[in-house]
Ligand binder design. Structure first.
Ligand code: MFK
Length: 558
């Protein structure tokens, strides 16, 4: 009887040509030599024992235990096996620490995110608490609060599982998922001058963290984000019991089901202001920007995981008398997915690279501006690509892609969180407009395109031209729309995606030019294919008045 061979993974570092080509181009040879053994080790784990454990542990989920047998409130959360193994590994490989140790100066973020990229697809979204931990470390450092930096940083950046802490990011409320400024959590000052927090947080990711950064409104403060303050809290006492909060329930989510996301009641949680008693959303912005970068890297990583499996399967699966890999239509489909994945990879890693340069104080003003602008651009662009690519990946397996015990459907379910959390596509598109106010428009991006596309061989010149043309179209739209707030908002998503896709194409062309001189034409093929998918999305909208008619199915008034 015929039995279908399942897809297999090898060492995911060795098999990843976009990652290896990128590291070879960007890192000095001695840095690459130094970090490569670690990447090899992580690739072997991710494609071997960790992936096998993921498949074995597929149906396990975290469990909330509110009470102990004797009636004491304990709010314990039991984690899955993959999560239990992921934490010590993450600490040993320095998935957060690497960015702060800065052993490789401005290249440290590339080093860190190369590890994150290999680790994330084999560890069931354990990247989430790590992302928030990294974000908390950055936020505390940027706050300049010496006491809290000295207290928490050694834990957040520890290389020792016994002292390592993860951090939560407690923002989301029923009133405000995106509109955080409408939060209702209250901060009350006690007679002894200490602070306690009261309220209900609606969506707290990775509830097992030891500390959290929390937004709350000091009593008497005005409404809106400016009236919020950022607080630091250590969440459990020495016996592991919650300090002034209860877990009401774990969320029943479409995906990221290994990640214990909780609804939490704050009943006097002791907390300490991080940076004054106002402007909480401004104070937590570093957290948002760091986690959005993790989001983009994870998006690229999940796409690559799906493609590695689909590619392997294409060689094993015989249909209509030959392997799928011999069918031109199947090859064409996978080629399109590879082009999108390579584009997402280069956009996400550009942000990582810029973050490293800014943090090592090696960045120019333009690079600082680019980091601010391209962080939301990369997050929103790659998240949408991930959902589209992983949906196609499932289809590339036919019915097997829709059957749970192949371990494939989870890829799509987990990808679907990427455009939602850490700011939806629309919220981030508005953040791109906000960022343009800080960066003084698109000039830094024009100059970056000039640098990236300086030495382009003739065969790639039309693609460089197309990337520039899309950026110019975005700039022309901005000039035309800047005084029309309704159109500005209505087109913001198309504008942001055009920037993302134009930047991704320019980056693909730059890498393709480098690879081609070394005899590798894969990136050039990816750039050609990517350019044939849409890059400039601005012409595809509907006038705002018609949108209302369409969106709400209202009859025309005229
Ligand atoms: C592997 C994956 C890793 C991801 C794991 C994460 C797991 C965690 C899951 C979650 O917790 S999901 C919840 C995440 N929530 C969000 O991302 C919130 C989305 N909403 C927004 O981003 C809104 O735009 C925002 C809350 C920031 C709006 O707040 P306000 O107070 O109404 O906005 P306002 O007044 O425009 O901005 C306040 C200040 O912050 C301004 O500065 P000034 O006070 O100096 O004028 C802004 O410029 C600044 N700001 C806002 N966003 C910024 C920023 N600064 C820098 N970067 C940004 N991104």
């Amino acid at each position: 009887m015929f039995v279908q061979e399942p897809p297999r993974l090898d060492n995911t570092y060795e098999a990843d040509s976009p990652l290896r080509g990128y590291l070879a181009r960007t890192l000095p040879a001695d840095v690459l030599r130094e970090i490569e053994p670690e990447l090899q080790e992580l690739g072997a784990l991710a494609g071997g024992p960790l992936y096998r454990l993921q498949l074995e542990d597929r149906t396990d989920e975290p469990v909330h235990i509110p009470w102990n047998a004797w009636g004491e409130r304990i709010d314990e959360v039991r984690l899955t096996r993959v999560w239990q193994e992921a934490e010590p590994l993450a600490v040993r490989f320095g998935l957060v620490a690497t960015a702060y140790e800065q052993a490789h100066g401005a290249f440290s973020r590339i080093h860190q995110f190369a590890k994150v990229y290999l680790f994330a697809p084999s560890t069931d979204i354990y990247a989430c608490p790590l992302a928030m931990t990294d974000g908390a470390a950055r936020t505390l450092l940027d706050s300049g609060n010496r006491r809290l930096i000295e207290r928490a940083l050694p834990h957040l950046t520890s290389r020792d599982p016994a002292t390592f802490w993860t951090s939560g990011q407690w923002m989301t409320e029923l009133t405000g998922g995106s509109d955080v400024g409408s939060s209702q959590t209250v901060a009350r000052r006690e007679a002894d001058g200490t602070w306690r927090l009261y309220g209900r947080k609606w969506f707290v990711s990775a509830i097992t963290s030891q500390m959290a950064l929390i937004l709350a409104r000091p009593e008497g403060n005005p409404p809106g984000g400016r009236g919020l303050a950022l607080f630091y809290a250590e969440l459990r006492d020495e016996r592991g019991r919650p300090r002034g909060f209860q877990i009401l329930r774990l969320k029943d989510k479409l995906g990221t089901r290994k990640l214990p996301t909780a609804e939490v009641l704050l009943e006097g949680l002791p907390a300490e202001p991080v940076a004054g008693l106002t402007h909480g959303t401004r104070a937590i912005a570093p957290m948002l920007n760091v986690t959005r970068t993790w989001n983009a890297i994870t998006a690229a990583a999940l796409m690559q995981r799906g493609l590695m499996l689909a590619r392997d399967y294409a060689r094993r699966r015989i249909a209509f008398g030959r392997p799928l890999a011999e069918h031109p239509l199947h090859l064409d489909t996978l080629a399109g997915l590879q082009a999108e994945t390579a584009a997402a990879f280069h956009l996400a890693f550009l942000v990582a690279e810029l973050m490293g340069r800014v943090e090592a104080e090696a960045a120019s003003d333009d690079e600082r501006a680019l980091l601010r602008l391209l962080t939301p651009v990369a997050k929103l662009t790659t998240a949408r690509q991930a959902v589209a690519v992983l949906s196609e990946v499932l289809e590339a397996f036919g019915g097997a892609g829709y059957v749970e015990d192949t371990g494939l459907p989870v890829l799509l379910r987990d990808a679907q969180v990427l455009p939602i959390w850490e700011g939806t596509t629309n919220v981030l598109a508005l953040d791109v407009l906000r960022a343009l106010e800080d960066t003084g428009g698109l000039k830094p991006l024009h100059r970056a395109f000039g640098t990236w596309l300086r030495e382009v061989p003739e065969a790639l010149a039309p693609l460089a031209h197309e990337a520039r043309a899309a950026l110019q179209a975005a700039d022309a739209w901005l000039a035309e729309t800047v005084d029309d707030p309704v159109r500005l908002q209505a087109d913001a998503r198309r504008f942001a995606l055009t920037l993302g896709r134009a930047a991704a194409l320019a980056l693909l062309v730059r890498q393709a030019a480098w690879s081609q001189t070394r005899g590798d034409k894969r990136l050039a093929a990816a750039a050609h294919r990517f350019a044939r998918h849409s890059v400039n999305l601005l012409p595809t909208g509907t006038p705002p008045a018609e949108s209302r008619m369409l969106a709400l199915d209202e009859p025309s008034k005229s």
